[in-house]
Design a binder for this molecule. Structure first.
Ligand code: ZN
Length: 511
């Protein structure tokens, strides 16, 4: 049963619910359009009016999505749809609506206002503190935000750990204990591998990435490669943003942004592939789910698995560049005529312990996440005082990566997340890497043709498999169920560990 074809005569409760669902959905997406426009197109002078417009829409959305009438409409339709199979679109819709409705009603309006005011201030101060490398400036704001995040966790409620209440907002049903276990496996495999790479003394030269690359040519190539990997520009758009992101308003309008560095090729190239992974996911959700909360990615972690799959598993593979390097070379003959596909493959996979998460390579990236995950749990539980964060950060980075930040700007002040309300978000970045490896392995086992094509640099059969297993169902299932349906097992770090061991042992000639 296609949700959109439910009629008032045959299914009055379902029809009434969908009318409300569409309104809530449209208001939310209108907010997203305003937000996208603010980041990509709006002149600075528009900011005050834009904030007002967005506040008005947000209030309308809050009223619609938390009112008694919405709850009653959900329960009326649930009664009318009782007995349908669990994987029927209508059953899934009821599950998601009940969850979202209950969650949004747990925070009193006064608390939401306080949180929004405090985090807006904290964000402004964080930007200044980062610029001036002045953690003491940010400290009182972070102390307040940690208090509020604790309060928020209590309002949401949890079974065993406060952290779970916040994590659940990004990764439905995930538990900190389960993530600690898989991260322990990742850490136990990554740290010795990194040590072996350093001990091997083999250097990878990535100088070819750091040359003058005219931005116009970068953009032309980014568009070309995006279309090549399956991003549909008739239902997409590529814009420029300081902090790149993907934003989807409908499966017919899933946009990406990227940034252009005139003397460094990687950010635009791999940033575009990354955001394409997110947007192709949204373009691939089933038409039948449109204008409902099912018409989107399943969770932050699963979403990130699709971007990391394209950016790293496919986009940083040897076979991919054997196929696409000639086109890149043709776009940048002066920069790349003396290089081979193998040189390029090696350069984009250089492993190096580094200070900044967003610039980290595929192997060390998860260690940056593990550090943040450990620290935010300790902050929330009270084991770590905010005043001691810089020291704990520096010690942790040294323990995991063997390096020391020279200052807090490149240490604990580098990420935006803790200046807002995003506690619990960080682990989903690393989950994305683990899910991606697990999905790749399941796809290879499901169809030998997928591996043959990947070896030829063609990811279309893998994309088709992902389309069926991951994209089409949208948010119908919680992440734990989606991953079990697609791969036959629960979240597991083993596939990721095997993948990085094989890839980087080969790259660095380890025995
Ligand atoms: Zn992403």
């Amino acid at each position: 049963m296609v949700l959109q074809s439910i009629s008032a005569a045959q299914d009055p409760a379902g029809f009434a619910l969908l009318e409300r669902v569409h309104r809530v959905h449209d208001l939310g997406k209108a907010l997203s359009v305003l937000s996208w426009d603010r980041e990509v197109n709006m002149p600075p002078g528009g900011d005050r009016a834009r904030v007002q417009q967005m506040t008005t829409l947000r209030q309308l959305l809050h009223q619609e999505a938390t009112g008694e009438a919405y709850g009653e409409a959900i329960e009326s339709a649930a009664a009318a749809w009782a007995g349908l199979p669990d994987d029927d679109d209508r059953s899934c819709l009821i599950r998601v609506l009940r969850r979202d409705y209950a969650r949004s009603r747990k925070l009193p309006e006064a608390f939401v206002l306080t949180l929004s005011r405090e985090s807006a201030q904290a964000w402004t101060v964080w930007k200044q503190a980062r610029e001036e490398d002045a953690f003491p400036l940010f400290r009182p704001h972070l102390e307040r935000l940690v208090e509020l995040q604790r309060e928020m966790a209590e309002l949401y409620g949890y079974e065993t750990e406060r952290y779970d209440a916040l994590l659940d907002g990004y990764e439905e049903g995930a538990r900190a204990a389960e993530i600690r276990a898989v991260f322990a496996t990742v850490k136990a495999a990554t740290v010795p591998l990194l040590e072996a790479i350093v001990a091997s003394g083999r250097a990878v030269d990535d100088a070819l990435l750091h040359q003058a690359y005219p931005v116009a040519a970068q953009e032309t190539f980014a568009r070309q490669i995006a279309a090549e990997v399956g991003y549909d520009f008739r239902r997409g758009h590529l814009g420029t943003a300081v902090h790149p992101f993907a934003s989807s308003f409908d499966r017919g309008d899933a946009r990406i942004t990227t940034r252009w560095y005139p003397a460094f090729l990687s950010p635009s190239l791999f940033g575009t592939l990354h955001e394409c992974g997110h947007a192709i996911y949204e373009q691939g959700t089933a038409e039948a789910l449109a204008r409902t909360p099912l018409a989107r990615g399943c969770s932050s972690g699963i979403h990130e698995s699709q971007s990391r799959m394209l950016e790293n598993v496919v986009g940083r593979s040897r076979a991919f560049w054997r196929r696409h390097f000639p086109a890149l070379q043709a776009s940048f003959p002066a920069q790349l005529s003396g290089a081979t596909a193998e040189d390029f493959y090696r350069a984009v996979n250089k492993v190096q312990a580094s200070l900044i998460r967003v610039e980290a390579d595929e192997l060390t990236y998860n260690l940056h996440i593990i550090l943040r995950f450990e620290l935010e749990q300790a902050l929330l539980s009270g084991d770590l005082a905010v005043a001691d964060l810089p020291t704990a950060w520096n010690d942790g980075l040294h323990r995991l990566l063997g390096i020391h930040p020279p200052n807090d700007r490149e240490g604990c002040l580098q990420d935006v997340h803790w200046s807002g309300t995003s506690f619990g978000y960080f682990p989903t970045y690393a989950l994305g890497n683990l899910y991606a490896a697990q999905l790749r392995q399941a796809a290879l086992a499901a169809d030998a043709g997928i591996g043959v094509a990947l070896d030829a640099g063609d990811w279309t059969p893998l994309l088709q498999w992902l389309g069926r297993e991951v994209h089409l169902p949208g948010r119908k299932f919680p992440p734990s169920e989606l991953i079990r349906r697609a791969t036959g097992k629960a979240l597991d770090a083993a596939d990721f560990v095997a993948y990085v061991r094989a890839k980087f042992s080969d790259l660095y000639g380890l025995g």
